[in-house]
Write a protein that binds this ligand. Structure first.
Ligand code: ADP
Ligand code: ASP
Ligand code: MG
Length: 416
């Protein structure tokens, strides 16, 4: 089995869908599972639907309309026959979504989020599966929610590996071309769950693990894993070979080309991960495998924008000791803050965090009742692996450094 994953950028319009077909034709698609994300920026658009459902009901229909219109244009382009069954299928999904919005009684934001957001992937895979069938790439549409079981930690659900393994082993047909949704799962009550933003790479890895796949390829709008995100850095170089360990580190510090959870299941079964360009499918891209030596060895830059740096000190200038740190971490955990860097000094404790769940106000309110708190918003966190003097200078030039931390392998710099 080989597993392919196509992300939102690869299927952002009708030409993208046609290109997926062309990649499959060039690479071969026997015994293949194709995992697909929502098209283009659909997940963001659906997040606006969730927001208007809770905070701005008058905008609800127009935010939904935007998602419908976007997909409708792609449908019209791909299916000249307007009686094609796919039109009804997509319509049915939107009716189901409307019905959910009209009847839902749950006030739980995260639960509602997952029920709404999941339609992005359901719709994209239905369109792609129908298109591939139309042009002769016979395939089966698989509902991933019948395979990947999770807990009910909505928006960042954890996989129930035992149940998932059992379902995949007993009901997956490995001899055909399968098309399924990334990012989604279902809980014990069969409600839709999601695995965390950008989680479709992880879906590919879950299947690979359970099917003992030969390889996973994630098809991207870049030639492979580069030494830096080309959106923010010039002269990013292609890394042709990377070890799992190196890739785990890069993903952990925020190299968004691979979802951080993707690598662990692959490493456990030593399944190689390829990162390749969907525009140049025959180029070699990056191979991530066991004990591979990094090639070439160059400083690797990672930037996370819009981070928050909080410095916490005691109200009476006493030391920040273990008890305070434990209390601070409990609050960070309570408000689901992703902690990027920590630094402790005699009277202050600094932490750089990612406010993924939009809980900053609540966290600050709680912290301020106990500590003196200084908060810098909108800071950038730079991480350089395999750094040298020149690479540090490059980052620090013309910026105010708020925090810096070095280990032999990495340097982390927080700038205003
Ligand atoms: P997908 O379509 O699969 O969701 P993403 O947009 O999440 O793809 O990932 C591809 C993007 O990741 C690239 O366009 C690039 O801007 C960004 N990126 C960040 N770090 C790196 C890196 N080290 N190498 C390559 N791309 C990177
Ligand atoms: N569609 C989801 C997102 O945009 C999952 C993914 O693309 O990996 O976060
Ligand atoms: Mg993505």
């Amino acid at each position: 089995m080989q597993i392919f994953k196509f992300g939102g950028a690869s299927v952002k319009d009708a030409n993208g869908v046609k290109n997926v077909a062309s990649v499959l034709q060039k690479t071969g698609y026997k015994n293949t599972l194709v995992v697909v994300s929502a098209m283009g920026k659909t997940t963001n658009a659906l997040e606006r639907v969730v927001k208007s459902y809770f905070d701005n009901k008058p905008e609800l229909q127009s935010s939904l309309q935007e998602v419908k219109k976007f997909h409708n244009e792609i449908l019209i382009d791909l299916f000249p026959n307007e009686n094609h069954g796919v039109f009804k299928k997509i319509n049915d999904f939107f009716s189901e979504l409307n019905q959910f919005l009209a009847s839902n009684k749950s006030p739980d934001y995260n639960f509602v989020y997952d029920q709404i957001i999941g339609f992005g992937e359901l719709v994209s895979t239905t369109i792609i599966s129908a298109y591939l069938n139309q042009i002769g790439l016979d395939n089966i549409w698989v509902d991933v929610r019948n395979h990947i079981k999770t807990d009910n930690y909505y928006r960042r659900a954890n996989v129930n590996w035992e149940a998932t393994q059992q379902l995949i082993s007993s009901s997956f047909n490995t001899s055909v071309l399968n098309i399924t949704q990334g990012f989604l799962g279902s809980d014990a009550n069969n409600f839709t769950t999601t695995l965390g933003r950008e989680g479709s790479d992880y879906t590919a890895a879950i299947y690979a693990y359970c099917l003992n796949a030969e390889s996973v390829t994630i098809w991207k709008d870049v030639p492979g894993v580069l030494s830096a995100d080309p959106r923010y850095f010039d002269n990013a170089q292609l890394l042709t070979n990377i070890s799992y360990r190196e890739a785990i580190e890069l993903a952990f510090y925020g190299a968004s080309v691979i979802h951080p959870k993707t690598l662990q299941p692959l490493q456990r079964k030593e399944i190689p991960l390829y990162v390749k360009s969907f525009l140049e499918p025959e180029s070699m891209g990056t191979k991530i495998s066991k004990n591979a030596t990094l090639n070439p060895v160059v400083p690797c830059f990672i930037v996370k924008k819009n981070q928050i740096l909080i410095s916490i000190s005691s109200l009476d200038f006493s030391y920040i000791v273990e008890e305070n740190i434990s209390e601070i971490f409990n609050l960070l955990h309570l408000y689901k803050m992703k902690v990027d860097v920590i630094q402790n000094s005699a009277i202050s404790f600094s932490v750089c965090i990612d406010n993924i769940f939009d809980n900053l106000d609540k966290l600050l309110h709680h912290l301020k009742s106990k500590f003196k708190v200084v908060c810098n918003q909108n800071v950038s966190l730079y991480t350089i692996r395999h750094y040298n003097e020149m690479s540090i200078n490059k980052i620090e030039a013309n910026k105010t450094v708020l925090l810096k931390q070095l280990t032999p392998e990495i340097v982390q710099i927080v700038t205003a």
